[in-house]
Write a protein that binds this ligand. Sequence first.
Ligand SMILES: C[S@@+](CC[C@H](N)C(=O)[O-])C[C@H]1O[C@@H](n2cnc3c(N)ncnc32)[C@H](O)[C@@H]1O
Length: 323
Amino acid sequence: MPNHGESSHKEHTPVLANAFIDALCIDPDGTYVDATFGRGGHSRMLLNRLSSSGQLIALDRDPDAVAEGKRLETEDPRFRIFYHDFASLEMAINDAGWDQVTGIGFDLGVSSPQFDQPDRGFSFQHDGPLDMRMNFEHDQPLSQKLKHVSEKELVRVIREYGDERYAGRIARAILRDLKAGELNSTRDLENTCFHAVPKQARYSGSHPATRTFQALRIWVNDEYVQIEGGVRCAMKHLLPGGRLAIISFHSGEDRRIRDLIEAEVNPCTCPPQFPMCVCGRTPSMRWIQKKPLRPSEEEIAANPRSRSSMLRIAEAVAMDRTR
Ligand SMILES: C[S@@+](CC[C@H](N)C(=O)[O-])C[C@H]1O[C@@H](n2cnc3c(N)ncnc32)[C@H](O)[C@@H]1O
């Protein structure tokens, strides 16, 4: 069996890696899904824990990540990569010839190569185009989406996906600068956000563009619809005792994950005043780690991007999982 040397791929340092792999890897002969391949840090660690009969498939919607996955495929016959998003998770599981799997992991958000490449347009730390697509072959870049968005919708996006209290001011400034032809790059967008917030908010806390960049990225990639579809599908395809491990990076993402899992842990829909359950819905999942696990101080010092990461873990319980 190839040994993938867990630190050989430095482009993206996987976060909460040992806890994530410990949570998932309960059977060396099992069948596993890494739903967010990235540069394969977690996939390689998983493969190192599997026996020669264990198998792993991985998904990514980013063509650059898939190219790296193709390289790993040639090195390890137990591994296959799929150029799919979460909406096609079921198709990938079926194409692998499986119905139920031993574990599925999600490590949400962007990878370091996506963030660090200026031409991907994810970051205001570099100047780049208004893009932000994970799948740059199919989806619409930010510049296109902004051409057709109403002020009301843009305020909603920035408020709901960025928890940004100055969403109204920022949305109006974005549309004004676009119309004036002054908003053409990530640096322009940073500048627009900076000047849109009141003076006293410009230098306190995180940079005034941080929340808006996060919100626009979630919008461009339809991330919450993707997460909902992916996590529901994952729970449907776990073997009894199979594990679901999910790393998220901000509270909006984590809340959605908590609620999706909690709906399967406590599925009863009876009104609280009923003395006993009459809806008959029984749990299909149980929490292994309900309170999100966070990185240690040492991990944060070694990899500052792990700072906001949170890991939740749940396990499938035996039941009729076809509903
Ligand atoms: C944080 S990185 C994962 C890093 C990976 N664990 C590693 O160790 O290299 C997240 C990856 O998930 C991918 N991704 C995010 N949302 C996705 C979706 N809805 N469908 C498929 N891939 C997605 C991104 O393109 C990115 O490559």
